[in-house]
Design a protein around this ligand. Structure first.
Ligand SMILES: [Zn+2]
Length: 91
């Protein structure tokens, strides 16, 4: 697990502080008292899920449907599509 760093002061003296409404882990900095939720854009998507998403894309499922089904963000999905289709682009 990556280190939790305060988004305001950069301190690593942070502790878990329950969850916010959408289930994300909330944290609280012991140094400055700021509460924050770590950005989970960096979440690692396992290879088998990537394969499933690729199949879903080929089946022309909607992007938002894929996001909901596999619990990935639309931002991540779009960057994944670029990553997957880039080598296939005609020059
Ligand atoms: Zn802080």
């Amino acid at each position: 697990m990556s280190e939790i760093i305060c988004t305001r002061c950069g301190s690593t003296h942070c502790k878990k502080n329950g969850h916010i409404h959408n289930g994300k882990q909330n944290h609280r900095c012991k140094d400055c008292g700021r509460q924050f939720v770590m950005d989970n854009e960096q979440k690692i998507i396992p290879e088998w899920i990537r394969c499933m998403i690729l199949k879903a894309l080929l089946e022309r499922l909607s992007l938002r449907g894929i996001c909901r089904t596999f619990s990935v963000s639309l931002t991540w999905l779009l960057s994944y599509i670029v990553e997957v289709y880039e080598p296939c682009q005609p020059i």
